[in-house]
Design a protein around this ligand. Structure first.
Ligand code: E4P
Length: 217
């Protein structure tokens, strides 16, 4: 499973790169707003750092506007993927982008049938939002399982990019289901590395090491 980092914070991207845990990046308008920076500056900087896919989200809600924004962002680098919302206009834009050879990430997916439409439109990635479905007492991961089954049934090439990941169990479940990608906040990457028994074990090893004579007799 590929690890994308879900952030527009260049500092977090550098930390994930140093761990070998940044196969790509996803951004969205809310993440960009948190940086307080202009999106084009942020995108330019990320393109200089990350060779893998970088999702840049359009904010137009009509297909023509999405196409204009997306074609512009696509010029920033060959790894830029245009993120469009899963609405009818977004599907129209995704189809045209596919015809033009521009990669897309169809976002804000909350049902398997929405994901089926995105695949038929030629999306490169589909982003099912698991955390936000869990928030409203639905089962985000069962949506992912259904999408994977439907894509396998028909051999769709669209990659399943599990989004709205909130905790390590989401990452575990995405990997067990065989999702192509999980886009993960940096805080969750740190949580994934932690285990209390690792800390206890390390403390004991270091304490025992103090008892070992330091110089040969
Ligand atoms: C996906 O690409 C989105 O950026 C993101 O995963 C949304 O996560 P949230 O629901 O935690 O805001």
């Amino acid at each position: 499973m590929k690890f994308f980092i879900d952030t527009a914070d260049v500092g977090e991207i550098k930390k994930a790169l140093a761990l070998g845990l940044c196969d790509g990046v996803t951004t969205n308008p809310s993440l960009v707003a948190k940086t307080g920076r202009a999106f084009e500056d942020v995108l330019k900087e990320i393109v200089g750092l990350v060779p893998g896919p970088i999702s840049a989200e359009v904010t137009a809600t009509d297909a023509e506007g999405m196409l204009a924004e997306g074609r512009h962002y696509a010029k920033f680098g060959k790894q830029v993927v245009i993120k469009v919302p899963l609405i009818v206009e977004g599907l129209r834009a995704a189809k045209t982008f596919a015809d033009e050879g521009i990669k897309t990430n169809v976002t804000l997916c909350f049902s398997p049938v929405q994901a089926l439409l995105a695949a038929k439109a030629g999306a490169t990635y589909i982003s099912p939002f698991v955390g936000r479905l869990d928030d409203v007492s639905e089962d985000g991961m069962s949506m992912v399982a259904d999408i994977i089954q439907i894509y396998r049934n028909y051999g769709f090439k669209t990659q399943v990019l599990v989004a709205s990941v909130r905790h390590p169990i989401h990452v575990l479940q995405a990997a067990k289901l065989g999702a192509d990608v999980a886009t993960i906040p940096y805080s969750v990457i740190e949580q994934l590395a932690k285990h209390p028994l690792t800390d206890v074990g390390l403390k004991k090893f270091l304490a025992d090491w103090e008892k070992v004579p330091k110089a040969p007799k």
